[in-house]
Design a protein around this ligand. Sequence first.
Ligand code: E4P
Length: 217
Amino acid sequence: MKFFVDTAEIKDIAELNDLGMVDGVTTNPSLILKSGRDILEVTKEICDIVSGPVSAEVVATQADAMIAEGRKLAEIAENITVKLPLTWDGLKACKVLSSEGKMVNVTLCFSANQALLAAKAGATFISPFIGRLDDIDLDGMDLIEDIRTIYDNYGFDTQILAASIRSVGHVRECALVGADVMTAPPEVIRKLATHPLTDKGLDQFMKDWAKTGQNIL
Ligand code: E4P
């Protein structure tokens, strides 16, 4: 499973990228707001760091304007993925931009039928939002499983990009049900390395080592 990092914070992206943990980046208007940066400048900086797909989201709601914004965003770098909302206009824009050879990430997906439409419109990635379904007491992981089955049934190439990941449990479940990619905030990716028994074991080793009175260097 590929790891995308869901942020527009350059420091986090650079740190995780140096560790080999970043196969791509996703941003959205809320993350751009949080960064306090200009969308074109920060997106260019991200593309200079990361070689994999970097999603930049349009903000227009009509297909023609979405296409124009998508073309402008795609000029930033070759690895830009134009992010479009899963609306009827978004699907129209997806069809046009994907036919031009641009990578497209169709976002705000909350049903298997929406995912089927995105694949038929040529989406490179479909982004089902797990956490936001969990927020309204539905099971986000069921949606990932349904989309996996449908895409496999018909041989769609569209990659399932599990989004709105809120916990390490989400990451594990996504990997088990066969999501192609997951995108998570930097803190969730860092948390994947932690386990209380690792901390406990290391603490004991350090105490015992101190008693030996030895040094390695
Ligand atoms: C994905 O592309 C979105 O940017 C993101 O995963 C949304 O996550 P949230 O529901 O935690 O805001």
